[in-house]
Design a protein around this ligand. Structure first.
Ligand code: SAH
Length: 224
């Protein structure tokens, strides 16, 4: 759409301004996020456009916030941590994201990869995410309404797969859709006992590295 009204909405004012975002970046740096490209993305993505207007003033707090349908926008620290973990280990050409949600993680990740494929099982959330990604002018993302447990075989294998909801066990299908050297970042486990894990596919085996405790909504089967 463009024009002055859209520009002000994207730039933000007061609690949604660039200065507020800089403070968030400073906090993430203090918490150990080091990758400058990731910190740059957090500085540049207007998180306030991904939440309801009533919550916009809280968009740069480092917390998860509701986005409807019982789902939440991920905490900025977690988005930064997952993105950093995905980038470690080589360039990302072809990447799959499972659990688009409101599209914030999508917006952070897209310019850091060549092609991004993003799947969401709740159709209205997906539609809104698409609109926002379009509003930001991001062009290298393709969306799909579907069940991320199955991955997206058409575009496999992937250099990276990022999952934004927690399965009880790591889905084999997703491991199978990784290239050799590819990384799968996924929270695994039941509510209250989840761990963020990076799986790396090698020629003969899958490497597993724990990245610490996390709290995600569950990865659910089927679509709505
Ligand atoms: N990354 C998002 C947060 C998403 S919350 C953000 O930045 O805001 C997790 C999302 O995963 C929810 O929208 C939920 O509907 C979705 N989800 C859960 N199970 C899924 C599945 N099997 N396939 C695709 N999406 C799924």
């Amino acid at each position: 759409m463009g024009g002055p009204v859209a520009d002000v909405r994207l730039a933000g004012i007061g609690m949604t301004s660039a200065r507020t975002r800089d403070r968030l970046v400073q906090r993430l740096r203090e918490q150990g996020i080091r990758n400058p490209a990731v910190l740059d993305r957090i500085r540049n993505v207007p998180r306030h456009i991904f939440v309801d207007e009533a919550l916009a003033s809280r968009a740069y707090e480092d917390t998860a916030l509701p986005i409807g349908y019982g789902q939440t926008i991920s905490q900025p620290y977690i988005v930064a941590r997952m993105t950093e973990a995905l980038l470690e280990g080589g360039p990302l050409f072809n990447v799959l994201e499972v659990g688009t949600g409101c599209g914030y993680q999508t917006a952070v990740l897209a310019p850091l990869v060549d092609k991004l494929y993003s799947i969401e099982r709740i159709e209205p959330l997906l539609k809104r995410a698409k609109d926002r990604i379009r509003e930001l002018g991001t062009k290298n993302v393709r969306f799909r309404h579907g069940d991320g447990y199955r991955g997206w075989p058409t575009h496999a294998p992937y250099d990276g797969i990022l999952v934004a909801a927690a399965p009880l066990r790591v889905p084999e299908t997703l491991l199978e859709q990784l290239k050799v050297g590819g990384r799968l970042i996924v929270p695994v486990g039941p509510e209250g006992a989840q761990e963020l894990v990076r799986f790396t596919r090698r020629e003969q085996k899958i490497e597993r590295q724990g990245l610490g405790p996390v709290a995600f909504v569950p990865l659910l089967e089927g679509v709505t």
